[in-house]
Design a protein. Structure first.
Length: 278
């Protein structure tokens, strides 16, 4: 490596600082605005320890429908509740009531930094505020956050996990490598990141989360996903005896949320949770 390459490469500490900071939000589309205009907003107060500091935050939640089992929608990183706009009305027509959450530091919730453990704690607060949750549908980091919530007391009849990671350690390593950190510095990066996070990353790996994997689950993933490898869903499926894994070709990591066949498949499975374990 030349001296120039060394100067241009971001430092370990710079990458540590960048981890957990979402990028600038994109403008709302007409479909998103129209969806939120029909929702009932409810703000949930939470307290988090963020980077070693106790902070008070507000999570924005959006609900539709007043009858039927409640389905909680949990978006992924650099996303927001309104990105579920293709799902809400089909779920309502199927007889569910729907709640979507803007996770910490996303959408209209407060904060500028977050991680999936904090998101999972936020989901526990949302569930306490709303009461019984029939099912959770989580996309990407939202799936990982729900795994934390399940392991720490959130009980549901079924859940759906769309293109989600199964290991915070692997996510962090991929983030560092993508930002130019050499492999020989990964160990130091992980140590520094855990100091910043305030908890061991192993708390967000499957061995620590196994206790929450007690209900039927449907796992969907595109094998060609370029953001979260398909192997993450394979690992989750192998650890979850009551899960079913389905590959969905040609939809990528984000377009999978707009695929009509995915939406129909998920809603059908939630109507008969026992079928997921077959």
């Amino acid at each position: 490596m030349s001296a120039t390459d060394t100067l241009q490469r971001p430092s370990t500490q710079a990458i540590v600082r960048a981890f957990g900071h979402p990028g600038p939000a994109k403008p709302f589309t007409e479909a998103e605005t129209a969806l939120l205009d029909t929702a009932q907003r409810r703000d949930i107060s939470v307290r988090h320890t963020v980077r070693g500091h106790d902070e008070a935050h507000t999570l924005a939640t959006w609900s539709w429908g007043r009858q039927g089992p409640r389905v909680l929608l949990v978006h992924g990183w650099e996303s927001r509740a309104s990105h579920w706009h293709a799902w809400v009305h089909p779920l309502l027509r199927a007889g569910f009531q729907v709640t979507a959450v803007d996770n910490l530091a996303h959408g209209q919730s407060t904060g500028d930094t977050a991680n999936v453990r904090l998101w999972g704690q936020g989901l526990l607060a949302v569930a306490q505020a709303f009461g019984r949750i029939h099912a959770v549908i989580g996309h990407s980091a939202g799936s990982a956050a729900s795994l934390y919530a399940f392991a720490h007391g959130l009980q549901v009849d079924a859940s759906v996990h769309i293109a989600g990671p199964a290991s915070l350690k692997r996510v962090a390593t991929g983030f560092a490598l993508a930002h130019g950190l050499p492999r020989e510095e990964i160990a130091a990066f992980r140590t520094a990141l855990e100091l910043q996070l305030g908890f061991p990353m192993a708390e967000m790996d499957l061995p620590a989360l196994q206790g929450g994997l007690r209900h039927p689950a449907l796992i969907l993933h595109d094998p060609q996903d370029k953001e979260v490898p398909f192997t993450e869903s394979l690992a989750l499926h192998e650890a979850w005896s009551l899960s079913q894994l389905l590959s969905v070709d040609g939809v990528g990591h984000r377009r999978i949320l707009r695929a009509p066949e995915v939406i129909a498949l998920v809603i059908g499975s939630l109507s008969t949770p026992a079928a997921l374990a077959a």
